[in-house]
Design a protein around this ligand. Sequence first.
Ligand code: SAM
Length: 366
Amino acid sequence: MKNRERGLLKIVECLKKHNYSISRILPSQKNHLKLPFEPINLLNFVFWEKNALYEWTAFPLFYQKIFKLFYPKVFILFKMFFLNNEVKRDDVFKFFREEDVSLFIKGGILDESNGSYRFTIKLIPYQDMIISKGSSWFGKDSVIFAEYLTKDLSGMTFEKTLDLCTGTGVQAIVSKKYSKRVTASDIREGLVQNAMLNAKINNITDITFLNSNLLKNIPGKYDLITANPPYGIVSNNPDDKTYGLHTVFELLENLDNHLNNGGMASIITESVVKDGKDMVFEKIKQVFDNKNYTIVLTPLNYHINNLFFNLVHKEYGISHIPLHIISFRKNDKNMIVLLKLPLIRKIICFAYIALMYSKYFFRHEK
Ligand SMILES: C[S@@+](CC[C@H](N)C(=O)[O-])C[C@H]1O[C@@H](n2cnc3c(N)ncnc32)[C@H](O)[C@@H]1O
């Protein structure tokens, strides 16, 4: 075993021993404009203990200060392994011995300079697991989707499951609880290695990991397919009419070939709304028009593209961007439904979108 892996296993053991997972209640993504959502963060912090690490908050330090009063040791671990802050020598040696520290330095997990220490690996507490982020994506959508699968799959057992675009492997690990055999794949070989490591540190040894461009190297058919594919990577080629959804569209086109009769699939993806039409919904109607499926698109929220506002919203004429969870059941029906966002959520989302539109409008006017 390499120094890096040995070091990581030592750290995970320490995090589990000190109940690192309680730090999941700390909302950690700073954003002042999300003030209307703060009461939800507060309620979760006090009562619910759901994973809030990827929730937006106007006051991350407020939560951290209170948390530190109750859980001083866990807070140091959170600073070291989630925030990757620089910490003092004493903090590191509260948890690790001299030989562990030199193993971490040799394995490239820990940087030391002038008596200050900084860990270079990010470890995310999720449910009862610890997930090494590596160079993978991990965000609010990862948490939402893993949470959704936990609820949706509860009480079911699948023979064969496939998790595409696996990244850290979090959804594959969650799905393993409900599946006899799981295969997980990603286009990036480095991420496949990291996902394997994540299965190992969470004591799961029987997931098959593959390197594959979507379904291209995937043999056979499955009873459950899950995917959080990439989206929102907007090309500035004016002829590209997929609006950053090309991988999602390709997945939709090939899904049926890999799903057994009676099987299920769940996909989380953004869509775009242009001229009042939801593009993912339109694509699904086109691909599954003559197939026997029950397909339900559940919007979770609406937002806009801050990064490429002009291109996406002015030039392409996209009014807003919904985030959907789409559930597919391959059965004897032919039904495709796009649900509505609950009214309260719709009001909050459109208030936020109006705020962002006015911000860009005034910036442009100046
Ligand atoms: C939004 S991330 C989701 C990662 C993880 N499932 C999660 O929810 O945190 C998308 C993942 O898809 C992978 N990906 C991108 N294009 C792909 C393709 N054509 N085939 C397979 N995986 C792909 C990326 O490497 C990335 O890990």
